[in-house]
Design a protein around this ligand. Sequence first.
Ligand SMILES: [Zn+2]
Length: 132
Amino acid sequence: MHEWALAEAILSSAKQIAEKEHVATVTEVTIRVGELQQVEPPILRFALTQMKQGIFGKTKFRILRAKSTLKCRVCGTSWQYNTKKVDKATSEAIHFVPEAAHTYIKCPKCSSPDFEIVTGRGVWLEDLKGVK
Ligand SMILES: [Zn+2]
């Protein structure tokens, strides 16, 4: 899986931010993972704790899920996709192949399967706390 490469990228950009802010010890890093992104938070957390060193020696990592927002291309309706509302097998299919979302999800207003994923993909650094 690509969690290790992702952990490396997160630590590298967190390091850049820390250096820019003159932070000597990073105490907490908050990472946001889109719920339609193929990332397993427990694996990512494990990779981060295995790789942390230097200014990240005492860092606590918080990994949060970001809700996804979908927008219908036909009628323009926006809605939040709720993974809790679909059965587990479907939810897993969508999680591993986000493109599969179009097979399972339809616009709540006009039932069109033609929508775009506005948010819910990607991984980003949301917050970094540290001691100067
Ligand atoms: Zn629609």
